[in-house]
Structures are given as C-alpha cells and as structure tokens.
Ligand binder design. Structure first.
Ligand code: AMP
Ligand code: MG
Length: 477
C-alpha cells in the first residue's frame, strides 16, 4: 500500500528515521470516512500493521527544510518530530502519510520529538473542520494516545497523529537549498515538484513560471478562504506553507469569535504579526521569500509578474465568498459589482457590537423573511445603525433574488452553525486526558457537518461561557 516516492530523491533531502513508538500506545480514533475517500482498504495488511502501532520501515524519513519564522530566517529546520511514512496512490494522485510526534529526528534541535495529546486533538479537529468548511487542508487519519508523559508547561500525555496531505513540501524546502547555494539539489527538487504536482506545466515554454503562478494563486485562494471563515493560522512561517495551498501544521490557531480582525490567536505572537487582518499581506511576504529561491531561474521582472497574480486572485475569491455568505451574487467578478462600502459598514457594526462572527452570519441566513429583523436586532445595542444596514441589505438581496427562501437555503450551506471554538477544544481535551473520548467524537461529528442543524448538539454552537473568555494558546505543543 505504501510507496516511497520522495525517498527516491536522495539523502540531501531527508534523513532516514525510524518511528519511536510511545509507551502503551493506543489507537483511539480512526477516520473511516477519510480512508474511504482515499480508497484505503482497511483490511490491507500494511494499514493494519500501522494501526497496531508497528511502524518499522527502513524507508521512513524526516524531511529537511528551512524557513522564515516570525520574519527571521532559520537556515535549517526540518521535521523535528514528524516522519514521512511514504505516499499512497489515490484516484487523485499521491497522498503523503505523515506521523506527527514520532520521536527524535536529526532535525529535533532542542525539542523532544514528541507531540502532546492536547495538540494532536487540536490538529485532528481543525483539519477535519476546515475540510468540512470547504478549505483545502491536511486531513487526520488516526490518533494514538499513550501513557508516556511529555513535558511542556506541565507533564502531559504524549500522542501521535497520522495525517495525510497532498504534499509536505513547504516554501522552506526551496529556501533551504537556495540559501545553502546547493543549486544542483535545488534543481532536483524543482524538477521533482513539477513532475509530481504540476506535470501539465511541462507542456508550456516555462514550466517553473507556470508552477510558481499556480502556487501563488492557490495560496491566495487558501488565505481568502481563511479570511471568510475567520480562521487564524497563528504561525504563518514559510516552513508552515504548503506549496499546494493546503492548510498544514495546525498549532496555536484560532477561529474568530467576537468580530475582531486584530485579535491574536497565538499567545506567543507578541507583536500580532499573524493576526487575521495581517494574513493576506503575510501570505504575499511569504511568497516573496519563495520567489527569492527562484531568482537564479527567473528574471526579476518575471518574479514580480508571478507575484502580481496574488492580490487579484485573493480579492476575487474573497469577494465571491463574502457575497455568497451574504446571499448575494457577484454579477461579474470585477470590482464594480462588489460594494466595498456596504460590506465595510457591516464589519464596523460587527466590531462595535462585539458580535460573534459565525453566529451573526448564521442568524442572517436564518432570517425568515425580509422584515424579520428581530433575529439580528435581539443581540444588538445600537439597533438604529444595524436596522439601517439591514435596510440596505434586504434591498440588495431582494433586487437580485426571486425567492427569499431559495437564497436562505444557499446561505445555510456556506454559513456554518458550528466552528471549532477554543473552549470546546479545551473541554474535549480535558476529557480525553482522562480517557473519555466521547466528547471529542461528539464535537468532531458536528464539525464534520457544520452546516447542519444538529439540534441535539445546540450547546456546541454557543459563544464561550465566562470562564473561557481568556483562554490562551501558545506555540507549546
Ligand atoms: P512548528 O512551529 O510546529 O511548525 O515547528 C517548527 C519547527 O520545530 C519544525 O521543524 C518542527 O518539526 C520543530 N518542532 C516543533 N516542536 C518540536 C518538538 N517537540 N520536538 C522537536 N522538534 C519540534
Ligand atoms: Mg511546522
């Protein structure tokens, strides 16, 4: 079942590394739905062996890469606690199997090579939640817990997460070879990446430029999606950016609750470098770093031209998503049909009223008729201003939709009822640490279908209670 395609590149790109299982490791969750989607046969011998915790494979490896972290360049990073077990062949191409928390690797630096149950649960849930929201992401295939203590601010149970992603090649992979002036290796990596992931680019006269434009555009779309659901990655370093525009490496992320684009999800991000409002420009900054690694391959003008694809693609996607959330359609994708001022007025109100971003859009979707303002106004202090905005809104929506209910149905498919709130993650983590995974599964269940009502799980849609308002998450994971 498992192939070893990346391993054929040679040992400048990785170190062969064996998984070091945890003490009394137990499989506690397996994602049957994902296994089905990937066409993995659960009776397959190799899979069974993985699930029983037998990972021995001479070709498993930890990748080496570099990265710009919080603005500064780290010339050598790499999988400090993650092992690429190999790839599986699916209908849609190769998919990586990657085990996080698998023990020390040559790139562990001062780390212990481990991950704690808390962070594995957070990643498991986030990856599945993002996928269900329609956002490209790594996926969670299974979770192991253990009786091994791993020391962070306190001793915590160690765990491992087996995840899938189209690739684990990051911007930082290219930076690693470029800054070391290893041009031959850089060329090998470029050729590999084009052949594996952008083979259609070979048909044109400039395959590298073609690939880079696609990387720029998929990154732009991914970030537009993040903005539209209020997802803050928290550690947008270039070593955490996939070249295929998938969200990877979930750490101290957060989904915005009270509307505040300046809220800092990552408690270790003292300057607020990675706030929601900064994500679009950080994406471009990161792409700039990536372009530099190609400065021997493309001219400065060409690289600037490639980067020029970023903003229009991000804005196009963002506007489309924002209008869809409002039940409006863009007549064409040009600037003129998008009413910037109208949308800005809404955001000003959301901020002023400290409204929950998700619940506001869900309520807007649930307006029973054009005059049903109460569903919105009940939570609002400045009702006059909000009513004025609703007048504009209802007018716009009625002008373009024949049937109020039809647009309501569409809105309920894009405005989730459930997002992964930090306090909910915290609650299920505490239970899981006591060996009770039922709350985790219940939360996972609603996050995998966040647009459904799930009336029996109403509690999982609510704003945080008083005790949870100041929950903090940091890089320690
Ligand atoms: P992250 O911020 O999780 O993306 O990690 C940045 C780098 O540190 C990556 O190369 C990780 O593999 C590595 N790393 C993070 N945590 C640990 C750990 N506990 N042990 C070893 N390496 C780690
Ligand atoms: Mg990382």
């Amino acid at each position: 079942m498992i192939k070893h395609v990346f391993s054929q590149l040679g040992e400048s790109f990785y170190s062969f590394t064996q998984v070091q299982p945890l003490l009394e490791q137990r499989l506690v969750e397996f994602n049957h739905q994902l296994a089905d989607e990937l066409g993995i046969d659960i009776k397959d011998k190799a899979l069974k062996s993985l699930l029983s915790g037998k990972f021995h494979d001479p070709l498993s490896l930890s990748m080496v890469y570099a990265g710009h972290q919080f603005g500064g360049f780290s010339p050598q990073l790499g999988d400090g606690r993650g092992i690429l077990l190999g790839e599986i062949e699916t209908e849609n191409g190769l998919v990586d199997l990657h085990l996080k928390g698998a023990g020390l690797t040559p790139y562990s630096r001062r780390g212990d090579g481990r991950a704690v149950l808390r962070s594995c649960i957070r990643e498991y849930l986030a990856a599945e939640a993002m996928t269900a929201l329609g956002i490209p992401s790594s996926r969670s295939l299974c979770l192991f817990d253990s009786n091994q203590a791993v020391y962070r601010e306190r001793p915590e149970p160690g765990a491992m997460l087996l995840r899938t992603a189209k690739t684990h090649i990051r911007f930082g992979h290219f930076e690693f070879f470029y800054y070391r002036k290893q041009m031959e290796s850089l060329q090998i990596l470029i050729d590999y990446t084009i052949d594996q992931y952008f083979p259609h680019c070979r048909a044109g006269d400039n395959p590298i430029k073609c690939m880079l434009i696609e990387i720029v555009e998929s990154t732009a779309r991914m970030i537009a999606h993040w903005q539209s659901v209020g997802f803050q990655h928290g550690v947008m370093n270039t070593d955490n950016m996939s070249i295929l525009g998938e969200t990877i490496d979930y750490g101290p992320y957060g989904f915005m609750e009270n509307y505040d684009p300046r809220w800092i999800a990552n408690h270790s991000d003292h300057e607020g470098r990675y706030t929601l409002e900064n994500q679009p420009s950080v994406g471009l900054w990161n792409l700039n770093c990536l372009m530099r690694a190609f400065s021997h391959h493309l001219s400065k003008d060409e690289l600037i031209e490639v980067l020029g694809h970023y903003e229009p693609e991000l804005m196009r996607q963002y506007r489309l998503l924002t209008y869809k959330k409002l039940g409006l359609t863009l007549v064409d994708e040009s600037d003129e049909s998008y009413d910037v001022d109208f949308v800005r007025k809404l955001y000003v109100l959301l901020k002023k009223e400290s409204l929950d971003y998700t619940l506001f859009f869900r309520a807007l979707s649930n307006m029973a008729s054009p005059s049903d303002y109460s569903i919105i106004l009940d939570d609002v202090v400045d009702r006059v201003s909000m009513s004025k905005w609703l007048d504009l809104y209802v007018d716009k929506r009625q002008k373009e939709t024949v049937d109020w209910n039809d647009s309501k149905i569409e809105m309920l498919k894009i405005n989730p009822k459930f997002i992964l709130r930090n306090y909910l993650a915290q609650q299920v983590i505490q239970e899981a640490e006591q060996g009770n995974y039922l709350p985790f599964r219940r939360l996972l269940y609603v996050l995998q279908a966040p647009f459904s009502e799930h009336v029996e799980c109403e509690d999982l849609s609510l704003r945080p209670p008083e005790w949870a308002k100041d929950l903090e998450v940091s890089c320690s994971s």
